[in-house]
Design a protein around this ligand. Structure first.
Ligand SMILES: Cc1cc2nc3c(=O)[nH]c(=O)nc-3n(C[C@H](O)[C@H](O)[C@H](O)COP(=O)(O)O)c2cc1C
Length: 285
């Protein structure tokens, strides 16, 4: 009996070693990054071993998980041509020595500037081997019905590209497993990275009389900037302008104030109306 149990144990261990698994690590206040990463993962056909969603502060306070899957995908939105600093700071704490990685950024149809390079560099810092990378388009956080910017992206076409990207990653993984080594993937961007230009502490959100105090905004805010005791107002010195609370509000009771950010949204609506398509990069063998 003991010998039989031992055999089952060995078989389970070998099965686990042979299974191709994937870990997803992402920050995604308005869910476009999460959606695209999910579709890439589907395309690989790998089993999702772990999902490390660091959007909410409670998740970022936990000890970073040990990554021991066959592949890891890192995802984040582009903020001002860079990674959101709280996402970058968290990613840097991860360790995944020798694990193939895919950095992916989502941007709102303007530009991704140095963000993809920054994420690739972080993957290397974590000990990973970046073998592919992607820049996808998501509805801009500042987009509304009245001022649309990359409205409803990622759409069907984007998701088909994401799935196809996943399939190509799986094929590249197979060929590297056969001993064909790759140099790290090349991606656009410059170092030193550009300085982010979004101003801090600027009045951003108005809460209208449609607010029913349901608290949805509180639960969606990645930095706990919604003050429940003060009529669900946003604390401007903490807010990162991700617009998660605006998009999640079931009553559409949170709106962008007139001024700085609304002006940016109006400008982007005019200058970024030409559709951009996802870009995918692969390590050469
Ligand atoms: C503060 C801030 C800055 C942004 N900067 C850029 C930018 O430089 N270029 C761009 O194309 N989109 C920019 N965006 C749009 C987001 O990158 C885009 O909407 C992304 O899909 C959001 O990802 P998420 O849905 O995972 O939160 C910015 C959004 C915010 C909130």
């Amino acid at each position: 009996m003991a010998f039989f149990k031992y055999l089952v144990h060995i078989w389970e261990k070998m099965d686990k070693m042979n299974k191709k698994t994937i870990t997803l690590v992402y920050f995604s206040p308005t869910a476009t990054t999460r959606t695209v990463l999910g579709e890439i993962a589907k395309g690989t056909g790998y089993d999702v071993a772990d999902v490390c969603d660091i959007t909410l502060s409670q998740a970022r306070e936990k000890i970073p998980p040990k990554i021991d899957s066959s592949l890891v995908i890192f995802g984040a939105p582009v903020y001002s041509g860079r990674l959101p600093s709280l996402a970058a700071d968290y990613f840097k704490q991860l360790s995944a020595p020798g694990i193939p990685a895919v950095p992916v950024v989502l941007y709102g149809n303007r530009e991704y500037d140095d963000a993809l390079l920054e994420l690739k560099d972080i993957c290397i810092q974590c000990g990973c081997q970046p073998l592919a990378a992607g820049a996808f388009i998501g509805e801009h956080s500042f987009s509304t019905n009245q001022i649309p910017i990359a409205r409803s992206r990622p759409d069907k076409r984007d998701l088909a590209s994401a799935f196809d990207f996943g399939q190509k990653i799986a094929r590249l993984m197979d060929s590297t497993a056969k001993g064909l080594s790759c140099a790290p993937v090349d991606v656009p961007g410059n170092f030193p990275y550009k300085e982010p230009t979004i101003p801090g502490g600027v009045p951003f959100i108005d809460v209208t009389e449609d607010c029913t105090a349901c608290g949805t905004c509180v639960s969606f805010c990645p930095v706990e900037a919604v003050d429940e005791k003060a009529g669900f107002c946003t604390m401007d010195d903490i807010c990162i302008h991700c617009c998660a609370c605006i998009k999640a509000c079931p009553e559409s009771a949170r709106i962008m104030k007139q001024g700085n950010f609304k002006d940016i949204a109006v400008r982007l609506n005019k200058t970024c109306d030409k559709r951009k398509d996802p870009e995918m990069f692969f390590a050469s063998r």
